[in-house]
Design a protein around this ligand. Structure first.
Ligand code: SF4
Length: 637
């Protein structure tokens, strides 16, 4: 397919078992229905994977995706990756910045699909329209940074863009991530373990082609105007200086922080991790940005231990406090080693916090931990457990299976404080914030805050005016209302799905980034200027709905439904600390939210599964057929 711009029109499919590479056309029909990125990944997984595929078997596929806006100087350097998740068993996908995705496009591909399993470790080299498979025995066992350096030096190309796994991915830790450009993580869901299961150590990309643009002059003018518009928004400079660490102070005031495995919703020493403290004490060494990003919310951070890392996020700091630790030097070291081993900083920290509570309650002893004193607040124990998990040694082998399996193995009531949704660890407390919480509860990949959680419904933002509410999510709602939460999540999740499919960062888009940023109207314009493809503004909402339905259908085939849209036991206990003190989830509140949410989607309320009729309405006939079998009581899915 020949596109005027935006898309290359080509997908590379690599089968590591047969060592073959095939090039497939990206059809206009697929581009119009799913845009690219997350949407296209969800559809292809539904189409190509048989239900019940073991995520760590050669039968799973891992897709590396770009969107039609990838490469724009509008925070559009995002890489999206999709596969069935070995952590949750649901669809698994995630997104990171960096510069790998624009490079893939410059190399001539919109998507790279990897199937099968290599007999021994390999890496892929994608270069100017060609994909080569190379042995990676000398890289196996190396950390992410060493692997990236090794490939750059082997090909004498300092600009080679590399996604890689470290030992955590190789050992198939179920929450291993994929690292991109050394320090950008496609974090949750264990996609690094999928690479490890395929003996795929890394993918290096070099493209010397252009990313084509259908209407370059008009696009430049449009970008100038939009960038200036976003730069004038209140809070822009502050966010640029502080990044998401700026959320530490409000989270502790409001009570969505995680302290001592979520036994408390405030961390008493949180000021030591606040952005103001980090800035004042010289931890922020240099401002960093993903490819083509005019915002640049990231930092190079240097610890007093002499080590450095890039861009600690709020959720990572929350997991450090979940272990009872509020020490910036430890947090930097924790982030650094997790990145080097390709371990997700959220699930790693949370499963260690869980083990700490087990230890304090006497369910684990030093005999289980290899002598590690696993009490809350012990920094060296946190770092020691990261080593054990990455190498799958001692207790680390059990924790590497994720929260649910760890609680199954330890037993003795430990499920009561395993804080996960669908097997994925919570990275913020969700009590007292229905719109924020519902996004986590219904997210297709497990407890994730970037798929419908409405940031403005966090209690700190309750001052939002009626007019702002209408501008932001199309309706006046009360952010504290359980009855209103479904609308907010339903509205936001479609926008989030579209952003992940176009290739944009959520921080410059509404509603996640705030009111009056760029949204459907601007997406329609940008898509046209970039690719020449005209999709009316109103159609983006339907595309978002289609993507959310495809993901829901994938999960329904794997047996997920209403019973899984729930909260862990700790969220049913009253919150302790902050403005949200006393808040909790009752079954009645959950039922109100789920009924309302399923109704908006026109899904079956009893099961929480899309109906075949709804899937057909959304132009998903293949999925309608698959789901009809689940709705038919005489058929076994
Ligand atoms: S806003 Fe931050 S995360 Fe988003 S593209 Fe820019 S630097 Fe990357």
């Amino acid at each position: 397919m020949d596109y005027k711009g935006g898309y290359c029109g080509r997908i590379a499919a690599v089968d590591l078992s047969s060592r073959s590479v095939e090039t497939i056309d990206l059809t206009l029909d697929l581009a119009r229905r799913f845009l690219g990125g997350r949407g296209l990944g969800a559809y292809l997984l539904c189409r190509d994977l048989s239900p019940g595929t073991d995520p760590l078997s050669p039968g799973n596929e891992i897709l590396f995706e770009t969107g039609p806006l990838t490469g724009l100087w509008l925070s559009a350097g995002r890489l999206h990756i999709s596969a069935r998740s070995p952590l949750t068993g649901t669809i698994g996908d995630g997104n990171s910045g960096g510069a790998w995705a624009p490079e893939l496009k410059a190399a001539g591909f919109d998507l790279l699909i990897v199937r099968g399993r290599a007999e021994s470790p390999v890496f892929l080299l994608v270069k100017d329209g060609e994909v080569q498979i190379h042995p990676a025995d000398d890289a196996w066992g190396k950390n992410v940074g060493e692997t990236t350096d090794l490939l750059r030096s082997r090909f004498s190309d300092a600009d080679l863009k590399v996604v890689a796994i470290g030992p955590g991915g190789e050992k198939q830790v179920r929450f291993a991530c994929v690292m991109n450009d050394y320090a950008r993580a496609v974090g949750q869901g264990g996609l690094g373990a999928v690479m490890g299961s395929k003996n795929l150590k890394a993918i290096a990309v070099r493209g010397r082609g252009d990313i084509r643009v259908a209407h370059p002059k008009e696009l430049m003018a449009f970008l100038r105007e939009k960038i200036a518009h976003v730069q004038k928004k209140p809070g822009f400079d502050y966010f640029k200086r502080m990044g998401t660490t700026s959320l530490i102070a409000p989270s502790n005031e409001v009570g969505y922080a995680c302290y001592n495995n979520m036994q408390y919703t405030r961390c008493p020493d949180a000021h030591a991790l606040s952005s103001e403290h980090l800035q004042e004490h010289g931890y922020f060494r240099k401002s960093m940005a993903c490819y083509g990003c005019f915002l640049g919310c990231s930092h190079l951070m240097v610890s007093k231990r002499g080590t450095f890392t890039e861009g600690i996020e709020f959720g990572t700091l929350n997991e450090v406090t979940a272990c009872g630790i509020a020490d910036a030097d430890v947090a930097i070291e924790y982030n650094r080693v997790c990145n080097e081993y390709s371990l997700d900083t959220f699930d790693t920290g949370h499963v260690i916090a869980f083990a700490m509570e087990c230890f304090e309650k006497g369910l684990l002893t030093k005999a289980d931990t290899g002598g590690v004193d696993l009490r809350f607040g012990n920094s060296e124990s946190l770092l020691a457990m990261v080593e054990q998990i990455a190498s799958r040694s001692g207790l680390g082998d059990l924790l590497a299976e994720g929260l649910v399996s760890a609680a199954d193995a330890i037993g003795k009531g430990s499920h009561e404080f395993a804080n996960h949704i669908k097997g994925m660890a919570l990275d913020t407390d969700i009590r007292g914030m229905p719109g924020w919480g519902l996004g986590y509860i219904v997210s297709s990949i497990g407890a994730d805050h970037l798929r419908g959680s409405t940031s403005f419904t966090i209690a700190a933002s309750r001052a939002m005016s009626k007019e702002q509410s209408v501008r932001l999510i199309g309706k006046e709602i009360d952010p504290s209302s359980y009855e209103d939460a479904p609308w907010a999540v339903w509205y936001e999740e479609k926008g989030d799905a579209v952003q992940d499919s176009l290739g944009l960062c959520k921080f410059i888009s509404s509603p996640h980034g705030g009111p009056d940023l760029i949204y459907y109207k601007e997406y329609a314009e940008l898509l046209y200027l970039m690719s020449g493809i005209e999709i009316p503004e109103s159609e983006f909402d339907t595309i978002g709905e289609r993507i959310v339905n495809a993901e829901r259908a994938f999960n329904a085939r794997e047996g997920f439904g209403r019973k899984d849209d729930t909260v862990p036991p700790r969220m049913r206990e009253p919150a302790r600390g902050g403005y949200n003190e006393g808040a909790f989830y009752s079954q009645e509140m959950l039922d109100v939210m789920l009924d309302g949410y399923y109704e908006l989607h026109k899904w079956d309320k009893k099961t929480g599964i899309p109906t075949p009729e709804r899937l057909n309405e959304l132009d998903l006939p293949v999925l309608a057929e698959q789901i009809a079998k689940i709705h038919d009581p005489s058929s076994t899915p």
